[in-house]
Design a protein around this ligand. Structure first.
Ligand code: SF4
Length: 266
């Protein structure tokens, strides 16, 4: 078991019934409280003793969320190495080339084979993890063209606040200082502008995964009102990528855009 370095790792140990017996509104809120040191894993009566003991042995909470992402990534990579890539190709409507599964991502090409995930561009682990999750577990449903905020996805209610804090707020900050990032996203990441979306001033659709489009909407500051930014997902998103991976993907994209803005937006 990896050290518990972020609330996602803690959340994975919980039964996710949101029964509230621990006094928190949901299992996710409990996981955050544990991460912040306000509660301990033992405050949930449904975590098996053996698991609590193992967490104690592993040193309990770590400090680097990236370590946990790396741990999960290794597990998924192992699973992908042993998996049936041709079956994934059929399920997801992807192609195989010389024994490798080809996965288009933000206008770039990834390929997955027995030696792992390869791409010509550098991508952080927060993005690699959802790509593998998509390949292994995605249903391959065609997007319906119905945009919804993350909190309105079937499993999104618990995640909305965290997503807003960890993804939408930092991305808004980036765009406030570097609005041209949208143009770069269109040019470099094969995004397309999507006018007339929710009365936004700028709207761009990106495809971080073939059947998981994301709509980025930005409203400029106006009449003393602050700017705002929202990310929308197709109503099918959770069938194609589990809610945890959608969250992780959001973090990965924002991390990548922040880095690009630091490099180009000076
Ligand atoms: S007691 Fe456990 S299962 Fe119930 S809400 Fe709290 S963390 Fe979730």
């Amino acid at each position: 078991m990896t050290a518990l370095g972020n609330h996602l790792e803690i959340y994975k140990l919980l039964p996710k019934t949101n029964c509230r017996e621990c006094g928190q509104a949901s299992c996710l809120a409990f996981a955050v409280a544990v991460m912040q040191g306000q509660m301990s894993l033992g405050d949930c009566p449904y975590v098996p003793d053996a698991q609590k003991a193992e967490v104690r042995r592993s040193g309990s909470r770590g400090t680097d969320p990236t370590e946990d992402i790396q741990g999960t990534l290794r597990v998924l990579q192992d699973e992908a190495r042993r998996g049936d890539l041709a079956e994934s190709a059929r399920r997801l409507g992807l192609t195989m080339r010389q024994g490798r599964l080809i996965i288009p991502c933000l206008g770039k090409e990834f390929s997955l084979g027995t030696d792992g995930l390869i791409s010509s561009c550098h991508v952080n682990s927060w993005v690699s993890l959802p790509i593998l999750s998509y390949v292994l577990r995605g249903a391959g449903l065609e997007p319906r063209g119905q945009w919804v905020p993350l909190r309105d996805l079937p499993g999104g209610a618990d995640w909305g606040r965290f997503f807003s804090h960890r993804c939408e707020a930092p991305l808004k900050k980036v765009i406030d200082h570097y609005t041209a990032l949208f143009e770069l996203i269109v040019e470099v990441f094969d995004g397309r502008t999507a006018p007339e979306q929710f009365d936004s001033d700028i709207a761009v659709v990106i495809h971080p995964l073939p059947k998981v489009p994301i709509l980025l909407c930005y409203w400029k500051p106006e009449d003393g009102m602050d700017s705002s930014l929202n990310m929308f997902f197709d109503a099918t998103a959770e069938d194609n990528l589990g809610i945890e991976s959608i969250y992780t993907l959001g973090v990965g994209l924002v991390t990548m855009f922040e880095k690009i803005a630091r490099t180009h937006g000076r």
